[in-house]
Write a protein of this length. Structure first.
Length: 344
């Protein structure tokens, strides 16, 4: 936001970022073509660069993470098949039931553990035997990060290893997989090891205005192009937005560590306020529990300071590239001032 007086500190999500001047310049300069014909050089480059970075054969650019996830689910599972997925997972809970509605795929939701994983024993127990009464269990879908939590590496290895040994495919909703890699200090290739396909969002912490890429085997991605077209995701001169995604992959991965540091500073400051229960962030997302009666007046007090957050008894706060260390101090100050005066 260029006008300083108009600027808000927005902690609702890492999807709220504004494309920087340099990112906009890259978008403006991008060579483009009709991507439905496969003619857009910038889209093609983004798909190749992403595939190379994460260690897959091919990539497919789509407008949203919801769409790349759905393309993957529809690629792995057919009518009457099922996928194993966490109760809290985005593909199950927050994507409008698309797998069932558009894919005729039955989800088998499984409780997430406190660390965000699905217990390996539960995965084993929910894989159905070959019996005409059951949907065919085809796929294990995990999410990393999930609610800001990074899946332990040993766990990912065990869960994907079990799935493969049982003949299942594996998909990762990697909307924030770069946050996970930066947190664990491993490469992008290492963080996705064990997954046949992965969806990576460019418009979350990476700061692009739109777009996700689905990565996987060449034949899977070729088939995925058909699903993408059917779902309305065949775009034309999409290089204008793919350029933002390329810029994001080139410039905005390592800096995610700053968002993690800002989340840590904000959470530890908020934890000193008696009325609040604050989780310790692993990455850029954490939660603050507060008395219900405080919510409305706090939201108003924050708004007066041009601070935006989805305040509720269980509030999610998210840092991103448009939240600076100074902003964190301003937010802390606003919370402290409010709770000094507030009595239930
Ligand atoms: C974990 C996760 N997966 C997938 C998505 C879907 O991305 P999109 O909003 O681009 O459809 C989101 C969006 O917030 C998400 O948080």
């Amino acid at each position: 936001m260029s006008d300083h007086h108009e600027r808000w500190i927005d902690l609702r999500s890492d999807t709220v970022t504004q494309p920087s001047a340099a990112m906009r310049a890259a978008m403006s300069a991008a060579p483009v073509g009709d991507d439905v014909y496969g003619d857009d050089p910038t889209v093609n480059r983004l798909q190749d660069v992403a595939a190379e970075l994460f260690g897959y054969e091919a990539g497919l650019f789509a407008p949203s993470g919801t769409q790349t996830n759905l393309i993957a689910l529809m690629g792995h599972c057919g009518r009457g098949d099922e996928y194993l997925v966490g109760q809290e997972a985005h593909t199950y809970k927050y994507e409008g039931g698309g797998a069932a509605v558009l894919g005729s795929i039955q989800p088998q939701p499984i409780a997430n553990q406190p660390d965000g994983s699905i217990a390996v024993e539960d995965i084993a127990a929910y894989i159905k035997p070959d019996d005409m009464h059951f949907a065919r269990t085809r796929l294990l879908a995990l999410e990393n990060t999930i609610g800001g939590r990074v899946l332990p590496r040993d766990y990912v290895k065990a869960a994907t290893g079990l799935a493969h040994a049982q003949g299942l495919a594996t998909h990762l909703d990697g909307a924030r997989v770069c946050n996970a890699a930066v947190k664990q200090g491993v490469s992008l290739r290492e963080i996705v090891a064990g997954f046949d396909t992965v969806s990576v969002c460019l418009s979350k912490g990476l700061g692009a205005p739109i777009g996700s890429v689905l990565l996987g085997p060449k034949a899977f991605v070729e088939q995925g192009k058909r699903w993408r077209k059917m779902l309305g995701g065949g775009m034309r001169q999409a290089g204008v937005i793919a350029a933002a995604g390329l810029y994001a992959l080139e410039h905005n991965v390592e800096r995610l560590a700053d968002d993690h540091a800002n989340a840590a500073a904000l959470s530890s400051g908020l934890a000193r306020i008696d009325a609040l229960q604050v989780t310790t962030p692993q990455t850029n997302i954490f939660y603050v529990d507060m008395p219900a009666a405080a919510c409305a007046p706090l939201a108003q007090a924050l708004a007066r300071q041009r601070i935006r957050a989805t305040i509720g008894p269980h509030t999610r706060l998210v840092t991103h590239l448009d939240v600076s260390a100074e902003d964190v101090q301003k937010v802390l100050q606003a919370f402290q001032t409010f709770f000094q005066d507030w009595r239930a």
